[in-house]
Design a protein around this ligand. Sequence first.
Ligand code: ACM
Ligand code: ZN
Length: 725
Amino acid sequence: MRKTNLFKSFCYGAGAACLLLLNACSTKTGDASSACLIPRPAEMQVQGKFLKADSAMILNPDGNRVRYATDGSLTELGAEGYKLVVDAGGIDLRAMTDAGLFYGRQTLLQLLGDKGIPYVEIEDYPRFGYRGLHLDVSRHIFSKEEILKIIDVMSSYKLNRLHLHLTDAGGWRLQMDKYPRLTSHGAFRTESDWRLWWDGKDRKYLPEGTEGAYGGYYTKDDMRQVVAYAAERFVTVIPEVEFPGHSEEVFMAYPELCCTGKPYSGGDFCIGNPKSYEFMEGVLSEIMEVFPSEYIHIGGDEAGKQNWKTCPKCQALMRKHGMKDVNELQSYFIHKVEEFVNSKGRRIIGWDEILEGGLAPRATVISWRGESAGFQSARMGHDVVMTPGNYMYLDFYQANPNTQPYAIGGYTPVKKVYSYNPLPADSLTPEQAGHILGVQGNTWTEYIKDEQHLEYMMFPRALAVAEIGWTPQEKRDWNDFKTRLNRHVETLHERGVNAFPLSYEIDFEMAVDTVTRQIEVTFDAEKYPVEIRYTTDGTMPDASSPLYSSPVIVKDSAHIVAGIFVDGKLTGNVSEKKVDYHRGINRPISYNSELYAGYMAGGMNALLDGYRGGLTYLDGRWQGYLDNLDCVVDLGAQTEIHKVSSRWMQLIGPGVFQPEYVELYVSDDGRHFTLCGRHDTDIKRDDPQLRFQEYVFAGNWEGRYVRIKAKNPMGFIFTDEIVIW
Ligand code: ACM
Ligand code: ZN
């Protein structure tokens, strides 16, 4: 993991010193046409000339050559838009609001380079009003200074919401006057590493002041300072307090608030206990004193609901209101939270589980378990923020897991994040679409222990979130973004942000053409510009290997090995892809075993479509089964068979295991099968790394039907293709 120096000079005032650290990239390349702004403006024209300028000129306009003006008539630019003209006459920046002027200044600061500011004409405004990042400070706590630093960087990229996850089992993180035990007994724990603590047998909270305890909390003054610092940068801080689940730490402090009355017995508030409502109102009152945001995030996710099924108080409440199931208890509580928050002139936002059992009437939903809850809520007339896990979770791996610090799983390289569109055309009517407020990247910190690692996970992926939130969809293009992103990663490093330096991996995109019977393989890399050299025979590429310039066509079998060369030397690890236009492609397949609807990959044909999977079982290429796999491929006629292989994944975090063994059978008639071979797995079931094993059967067989059986030892098994030669 890359280490850079901690950013030392925090700016509590107007932020001038921080902003000075911003560098433009256009002029570094000397090419004004590549003015590399992130997010890319809605409309921009760049001329070839430069205005001599420095940051002092931008930050302290002299009024002569630099004119900033709010103009109430610029309604077409909206509440955050701006118009910027830089030419021989100087800088002319206009907006309807101060926020617009602020964003115009961020643009100027990004444009500023060694030669000055390129002559530009920009008319810019955001696609969405809500452009957020979320930070979990419960699982691991981060200094106030780190939060200020993140806000500062966010604002440079026109992100405008910081959602702080202040409470969870990991520890309660905000001083509370009415409930002081939340921090004196619920903010410290036995183990700093959340994973060791959570998985450990002796998971305990400790009273404040206990020697060696891990934890901490922010004072109200700390948070007031954060809120004010953010407001100067047009960032709204949205506090989250978890209800009714994820609250183990509360029950250490106030055990009477959970169903059993005892700590360490679950994470859900007792919905049948009036004290839970008193607590909710007391805590949220203090939260609303500190945080002026319209939205108060009230959690809502992943309540276990188990204790509610047997708790006399919860059961009595269910009977009283004729509730059918415990989901209605959750909904009942969230309705009460909403009534209270609305009575104070604020609104609630909650994770998409708040839909279950009936959505509170004015609630805004933050859609994390995919997008459908978000679209469903918008159709019901509710406002929505999109943060689907597979795109917007910045705690997922951003490169090959075996090269990265341990993460929660998943795989969201910056290209994947960038590919997300919160509002695809035709997904909603125009009126419903108006309910999609925007987008948010979430950084959960179960596996993120310190600030260096936090920045590494957040950045530069947060810049992709910023562009998704700001730039018109038709102006977004990965190849264009990537060139700008490479520059901005340098800028982030110069600014003291420990951004992930982008990967040296090669991303292979395949296009299988069943008419020409070939597979076209396109290479891509996060690094730009790059020299990619490759082989197709499985050998290591060197400086004399072919230089990648256009897609590689595979008509039979290739084992591509590709790497990035800098000054004639291979840099970073090579990436590999096996590609086969094999005999099984597009043949009928039947299953004697249960399929799992959630992991069908390309559908019934997924194992014979020519598409091998990548590094994540979530990429739509890997088919997963909770059962054993037993499938039969019909080759259509008696065929000589020489080689059959299938590759399987293991990633034990999310419960993906290698099969215990894989067997190959062949048959002439589809009824009587002959066992041709069996391979046991070589991979240990407790191996925590991402592992792949290819089970290869080579021989001389003849038959029409090929059958693969794979024994599931536990959890899921995943394979991507059955390759038949
Ligand atoms: C969540 O990730 N539990 C909202
Ligand atoms: Zn209860």
